[in-house]
Design a protein around this ligand. Structure first.
Ligand code: AMP
Ligand code: MG
Length: 391
């Protein structure tokens, strides 16, 4: 992709998208013919008798990719391999291991093992002709790619990958490779953001670290808005003396909302940056490393997926019994880092990873879930069921 359409272009494309207009596939039903699900013998199921074994003469062989063309008479069967087309008129397959050779070219099927239609895959049982294989907004997952291929579809229209520019802010932030100095910390946010964007399949523009300097910030925002659909920054959105991100958003576009009743992640700013006739959505994440990851997962990820045209529903929350008292005040949503496991009764249990400071990134490494304590909820007592979002 050489040009970079605006969000309005993407939205227009989504509206205009019509699955009916896609080129017709080569294969209209899946599977395209009745075929065997097992290696065994194909026969007329009507010959089965509950009380009596069935003896059949083997009159031919059907291979996958090489159908058997003859006609089968009463008392006959055809040796058949998995995936081979069912010989005309036959509807049931006895797996090889369920029958015995009773004489040369003769098998015996014990009574009571099979029903009519067993081990036969019906034409169109996966996708019927005229039914949608994928709906608008479906993610091309490995399974979806395989399904398209099995329908003989070599090409589909997709929404292009979202281009996301991201940078960290702060005078104290060092890039990897720089020598440590007093009061400085290495940038971790660019790496967590990179990994999370990568897992969403975004195109990424890494803009490095920008100092707490309004001029440099303005330059960086303009440069990002010129080339990206979305911008993700970290740091500088609080009310400190060197926090310029939000003011810059106001100057170059607008702030849609700021300050969220959540922890970690309260100072987060979302808005638009305008540059010439383009505009990019800006997610101004807090600086603290855990807050960055949590706000990304809670807000940025669903927003980016939506911008990419995805109609996937969010991952379901699970419920786990807390093995700790989880202190909390009503009036904000809290995301604690948890370790979920299954106890001897088969129930999910959760403990926290310990120190829940919003700068303690090792808690995200240890956690396999976020414990989500809802807005209204107060302290969760020992043994209470709490929501967990598996990571
Ligand atoms: P701020 O929101 O800019 O006030 O930053 C809050 C805290 O997060 C401060 O302790 C910063 O040093 C820290 N911080 C900000 N950005 C980063 C980053 N990119 N990597 C690691 N820590 C950061
Ligand atoms: Mg800062």
């Amino acid at each position: 992709m050489t040009h970079s359409p605006s969000l309005a272009d993407i939205a227009a494309k989504l509206e205009a998208y019509d699955p009916q207009a896609l080129p017709a596939s080569e294969v209209l039903k899946l599977p395209p013919h009745d075929n065997s699900a097992m290696d065994g013998y194909a026969f007329h199921g009507s010959a089965l008798n509950k009380a009596q074994a069935l003896s059949l003469k083997v009159v031919g062989t059907a291979l996958a990719g090489k159908a058997w063309q003859g006609q089968v008479q009463e008392g006959e069967c055809v040796k058949i391999m998995t995936g081979a087309i069912m010989p005309q008129g036959l509807n049931t397959v006895v797996p090889q291991e369920l029958c015995k050779m009773s004489a040369e070219n003769e098998i015996e099927i014990p009574a009571g093992l099979l029903q009519v239609g067993d081990n036969r895959r019906l034409c169109g049982e996966d996708i019927m002709q005229g039914k949608a294989a994928l709906h608008k907004g479906a993610l091309i997952t490995p399974a979806a790619a395989g399904l398209l291929a099995s329908l003989g579809v070599p090409r589909v229209s997709v929404v292009r990958r979202l281009r996301v520019a991201y940078f960290s802010t702060g005078d104290e932030i060092l890039s990897l490779g720089e020598s440590p100095r007093e009061g400085a910390v290495y940038d971790s946010n660019r790496y967590t953001v990179h990994g999370m964007l990568q897992s969403l399949g975004c195109e990424m523009v890494d803009m490095g670290v920008v100092k707490d300097d309004p001029l440099l910030l303005e330059q960086a925002f303009n440069q990002a808005a010129e080339q990206a659909d979305a911008i993700i920054t970290s740091g500088g959105v609080s009310v400190g003396e060197a926090d310029f991100t939000k003011a810059m958003m106001k100057k170059l576009g607008d702030v849609v909302f700021w300050k969220i009743a959540m922890r970690p992640g309260r100072p987060m700013a979302v808005g638009r940056i305008q540059k010439d006739n383009r505009s990019a959505i800006l997610f101004g994440l807090p600086g603290n490393p855990v807050a960055v990851m949590v706000t990304f997962l809670a807000f940025v990820k669903p927003a980016l997926l939506k911008m990419m045209g995805s109609s996937a529903s969010p991952e379901p929350m699970m419920r786990a019994k807390t093995l700790e008292v989880l202190r909390k005040k009503p009036g904000r949503t809290e995301y604690q880092r948890g370790l979920v496991s299954r106890n001897a009764n088969g129930e999910l249990e959760v403990v926290t990873t310990g120190n829940q400071g919003s700068g303690v990134l090792s808690s995200m490494v240890q956690a396999n879930a976020l414990i989500v304590l809802s807005h209204q909820q107060g302290t969760a007592q020992l043994g209470d069921w709490v929501d967990v979002l598996m990571l």
